[in-house]
Design a binder for this molecule. Structure first.
Ligand SMILES: [Zn+2]
Length: 272
């Protein structure tokens, strides 16, 4: 089995001491492809460095939480980082009207600037939207963005269908394993066309709540993606192997990851 974790925050300080072991555990668990999320200019640079070191991939972008820290150099820096051979997308960028760490006008300004950068460079976009529907969809539509993923979908049916109508891929995380706030996703995931579904852990966040026992300090890591896969596959009524194959193929298509290399990694994993 070859799984792709399209969003892991491996630059997070909680991974500093044991990143080698984290990546090794992911590979042993069949997670052959990992895309490390960039959330600031600095973190995006770190993400590319980690991707280099471990033969992984990365994104370059500024999360809406950090929009207030952007300045006239931000887009030029991201443009440079986007040229890195490991960088497969612009983002994570978008809108977060849940935490509101940055004022809405700043969030929108830097969201649009990153959308434009992605479009200029012909790079897919790695999008974050939380409690920002319908404004998020309006902006995506206005800018004609089609090659993108809504990376950790947690919304309701109307929001999902708005994103699907825009042509977006949908990223499902361990939120779907959360009996308090994620059970609606067990139904909604069936509405996602097979060729638009992606999986992510969003490590170290969103540890699947139904994992027993819970990991140390409740830190999520890419090796736990098979747990999320199992939940998604059960909700879809499909064999996990099929969902793994389909979602890895989708990620390779969206992010332009060499499928022959990806399947080589899968063979290596299978042989191990
Ligand atoms: Zn996000």
């Amino acid at each position: 089995m070859h799984l792709t974790d399209i969003g892991a925050n491996l630059t997070h300080p909680s991974f500093h001491d044991d990143l080698d072991a984290v990546v090794a555990r992911a590979r042993a668990a069949g997670v052959g492809t990992i895309i490390i999320t960039g959330t600031t200019v600095l973190e995006s640079r770190l993400a590319a460095e980690i991707a280099d070191r471990f033969d992984l991939h990365s994104t370059a972008g500024v999360h809406p939480h950090h929009a207030r820290d952007c300045d006239e150099h931000t887009i030029a820096e991201l443009r440079k980082l986007a040229l890195h051979p490991r960088c497969v997308a612009i983002g994570e960028c978008g809108l977060d009207f849940n935490r509101n760490y940055s004022p809405h006008p700043a969030q929108e300004k830097w969201f649009v600037a990153q959308l434009e950068l992605g479009l200029q460079l012909g790079k897919p976009l790695f999008l974050h939207s939380r409690d920002a529907h319908p404004r998020f969809a309006q902006i995506v539509r206005t800018h004609g963005v089609k090659t993108a993923v809504a990376h950790c979908f947690t919304g309701e049916a109307e929001e999902l269908h708005a994103y699907l109508d825009l042509g977006l891929y949908i990223g499902i995380t361990g939120w779907i394993c959360d009996e308090r706030r994620g059970t609606h996703l067990l139904r909604l995931v069936r509405d996602i066309p097979a060729d638009r579904l992606l999986l992510a852990t969003d490590s170290p966040y969103l540890t699947p709540r139904d994992m027993k026992p819970q990991p140390k300090a409740r830190r999520n890591e890419p090796a736990f993606l098979p747990h999320i896969l199992t939940t998604v596959a059960r909700a879809l009524g499909q064999p996990p192997e099929e969902v793994a194959l389909q979602t890895t193929r989708n990620a390779a298509r969206l992010f332009g990851i060499d499928e022959s290399r990806a399947s080589l990694a899968a063979q290596r994993t299978a042989a191990a």
